[in-house]
Design a protein around this ligand. Sequence first.
Ligand SMILES: CC(C)(COP(=O)(O)OP(=O)(O)OC[C@H]1O[C@@H](n2cnc3c(N)ncnc32)[C@H](O)[C@@H]1OP(=O)(O)O)[C@@H](O)C(=O)NCCC(=O)NCCS
Length: 376
Amino acid sequence: MGPCTPSGSRANEDNGLNRPGTLSRGCVFACAVTRAPTRGGSFCHPVDVVKAKGQTNGQLLPNAPVSYRLGVQDQSRHVRVRQFDPADAAAVEAVMRRSFALGGPEGVTLEEHVGGIAALLEHPEEAAVAVAGAGIVGYTHPAGVRLEVDPDHRRRAYGRLLLEAARGIAAAAGEERLELWVPVAGPGRAFAEAVGMRYRSSFHLLRLAAGQPVPVPDTLDGIQTRYITPGDDNVAVVALLNQAFADHPSPMRFDVGRMAEAHRRPDFDPTDVLLAHVAGEPENLVGFCRATVGPAADMPLRGDIRLVGVLPAYRRRGIGRELLRWGVGHTRARGAEEVDLVVEALNAGAIRLYGDEGFGHVAEWPRWTLEPAAPG
Ligand SMILES: CC(C)(COP(=O)(O)OP(=O)(O)OC[C@H]1O[C@@H](n2cnc3c(N)ncnc32)[C@H](O)[C@@H]1OP(=O)(O)O)[C@@H](O)C(=O)NCCC(=O)NCCS
């Protein structure tokens, strides 16, 4: 069956929390902006963008920042686009908060939106910031499909510069194309069209209402389940996931290093991961489900089905359905009320399954892509 998709195109088994603004590699996000962008004022609108130093095309951002002179009418204004540094976290969080205040993405809380900073802190080399004067005016994190400019600094070409950086980061990570989340409302769509991006597909947040009955998982002939053993199982689980997601509409790659990293996180619990295997052959894995509970604090607990995948040869036998039911029961047993998952619109089989089990639509997160630049 089709999986509940992690939102990043690269993936590990920990990244399936696909809510915009949450952590982890891959997560959609952004901010719907409805107010008119600032133009004019003390800054002239940039007429052109002149790269003064460095080269990001097709490469990871160089360690040395890339400087730009923005606009022939405003040559005193320079912006540097450089790799994210953990010391930037507070300033980037401030950009996230200020954008969110203009209208956050559907189905996402401010905490979840700002929680996206965790992924940047974990892999600073996968994010870039635009620095103008003394302050950070925007950032991008392609693995999290994010690009955001501070509301008071829009329409000054910072978005374009960050897009160039994002393209370089994605290319350096081996991605064929850059993919970003573009909000349904706000300037994101006009921006995406202006820079040559194309709509590709949408991810949908689906939710099972609190109290909505879901059957307990059934046993299936010839199939047994067990929890993951971190470390010992990593190679086999990565192989399983890579096969299970190879034909996904947004193919994802998993790797052992990222999985080990996910297992080292303090909130990782091996009993959140159920593996389906051929009966009597615990090494012969055929299916995977990870289901977690969050957020903490004073919010009602919510379940998240973060990833479900079954090997192609074992599909249409009910394994995905039983794994999903396990995930729902597992999170409810831990106090979850509503249970969420995210699925890609192109993943028709998965959408059918989730609908059958009672999940309803909550929010749409469109994804746009930028194809690689033509050679030469
Ligand atoms: C979308 C966003 C990143 C644009 O950042 P920005 O720094 O304002 O973008 P730029 O100044 O580089 O704009 C480049 C072009 O996009 C288009 N554009 C950007 N915002 C627009 C708007 N509000 N209305 C119409 N066109 C717009 C214009 O063609 C613009 O060129 P121009 O100013 O020469 O006319 C910013 O509005 C933002 O952070 N929005 C919330 C997050 C989001 O939507 N992210 C999606 C990224 S794909």
